[in-house]
Design a protein around this ligand. Structure first.
Ligand SMILES: [Zn+2]
Length: 246
């Protein structure tokens, strides 16, 4: 049996029998993996701490026919501060489930994983800025996946751009927009362009008025949903939490 070592982010877990769990994780080298973690629900199991959702863990795995099986898991980063608030957990869960949704078994996912981890680190430092980080994460994820919109001040016809075509992935004027296009002010366009082209650390730490972030957040969500085909259920959960603060 071949052993594999990888540092991977746990994005989902499911119970299996009385004592076991099946972990879904995203690894830079292996892409999305499924791992059976035997006995991990027992309190005495030493791997338990490294097997939770939102743990970045050093995994030692045995290759199996369908699943990897867990030899050991050691948590390298648990993002524990996210768990201080309901919002923090909800944003974190949404970020990792988006990551799960756009990665595949056997396809390396280093860039996607790095983006997700950087966003989670930023969220632990700025727990109140979830909406901004969600916007940045969604847009930069589109960029990593090669789906980013092209933002230009002008439509192809030379007129000033006033809309973003969700389907076409480019900015356009009112005469050349398609039915699903989102209207954007010049300010909103500049912010979109900045988020897409800045160094990631600058994009993750930028500030803008909440109303502008909220407005662009609906556009980025719509954009990603159109291009990915669907959004994870954790997005509904996040929206419910934000609508009904505890
Ligand atoms: Zn035009």
């Amino acid at each position: 049996m071949d052993m594999v070592k990888t540092r991977a982010l746990i994005v989902r877990t499911a119970n299996s029998g009385d004592n076991d769990r099946v972990l879904t994780a995203v690894s830079p080298e292996l892409g999305k993996i499924s791992v059976i973690a035997k006995g991990v629900k027992s309190l005495k199991n030493k791997n338990g701490a490294g097997c939770g959702v939102l743990c970045l863990s050093d995994l030692v795995l045995k290759e199996g026919r369908e699943l990897y099986s867990l030899v050991s898991a050691e948590c390298a980063e648990g993002f524990y501060h996210l768990r201080d608030t309901v919002d923090g957990v909800a944003y974190g869960m949404y970020f990792v489930s988006l990551l799960e949704g756009c990665t595949e078994p056997g396809v390396p996912a280093g860039d996607e994983l790095r983006l997700c981890l950087n966003t989670l680190f930023a969220l632990t430092r700025r727990p109140g800025d979830g909406a901004t980080l969600k916007l940045v994460y969604e847009l930069r994820l589109a960029e990593v996946l090669g789906l980013a919109p092209y933002i230009s001040e002008e439509c192809q016809c030379g007129e000033p751009a006033t809309h973003l075509s969700i389907a076409g992935g480019e900015t356009c004027c009112a005469a050349h927009k398609d039915p699903g296009a989102a209207a954007l002010t010049p300010d909103e366009m500049r912010v979109l362009d900045f988020i897409l082209t800045a160094e990631l650390k600058d994009a993750l730490f930028f500030n803008s008025p909440p109303a502008l972030i909220a407005r662009l957040g609906t556009v980025s969500e719509k954009y990603l949903e159109y291009h990915l085909g669907r959004m994870p259920k954790t997005l509904d959960y996040l929206k419910n939490i934000l609508k009904n603060p505890t």
